[in-house]
Design a binder for this molecule. Sequence first.
Ligand SMILES: C[S@@+](CC[C@H](N)C(=O)[O-])C[C@H]1O[C@@H](n2cnc3c(N)ncnc32)[C@H](O)[C@@H]1O
Length: 275
Amino acid sequence: MAEERKLTNAEFIDLQDFIYKKSGMFFPLSRKNFIEQKVLKRIESLEYKNFSDYLAILKKELYQTEIINLFNEITVNETFFFRDQPQFEALEKHIIPRLAASGRKNITILSAGCSSGEEPYTLAMILREKFPYLPFTICGIDISDQVIAKADWAEYTRYAVRHVPPDYLKKYFIPLENGNLKFRDEFKTGISFKKMNLMEFGASPGLKSKRYDVIFCRYVLIYFDRVSKQRVIDTFHEKIAENGYLILGNSESLSSVLGNFKILHFPSAIIYRRT
Ligand SMILES: C[S@@+](CC[C@H](N)C(=O)[O-])C[C@H]1O[C@@H](n2cnc3c(N)ncnc32)[C@H](O)[C@@H]1O
């Protein structure tokens, strides 16, 4: 059991700085309680005595696994199938047809901050149903290895699939005895998942020359400050193929870090095109 149950402001700032440098996520002082609870949970499970011992271990980076465990605790992984439907409509009615018309023979999509896979599987269902002649690859990446394992396993609650059209639900999912639904293996072709930190994404050796037609990065950068957001957006600019697209969460704006993207307005959806 931890002896010190409160983080001092100095310890919090140390931790805030560490998390920020490693992940780009910035937790303001107003979220100190949240961080305190999460870190306390880690300290108790490791049977450390106090926050400072734990911080020292994190900073020495002797145990990379503990950094991953901490990220598993502090990331917000809320997601569901067909989240923000108007963006998928814009994808179906405008973006994919434009890409196909420009001669793309294979559509490549990155779901950055994919959480447990609901977004990549939603995209796969839409592409299969609406563009059956067009091969695709969808890569989901996330900093949390726990959600990447869930995405690979692909088992979902009824609540997570509440917006999936009934005919898709019937075709793409197997109902399980526990009431959950599993995305069918035979429809996973072209979809892959990888644990990856967006702050290291640009330098990742396996992905250096890879370009994407569309990058989805929804409800991820809301936890980033302006500087780390700019860094990620710049990497996206490098990684998006010419005239490719970037899709952020509905409430998110690129206005402070716009760079070389043009804003396109669709009914109830704003999408960015690489210029
Ligand atoms: C709220 S979920 C959004 C999931 C999905 N994009 C959606 O809109 O439904 C945010 C995800 O971003 C991930 N994330 C946060 N910081 C990240 C980073 N630096 N690199 C990669 N993933 C990150 C979190 O682990 C979490 O699963």
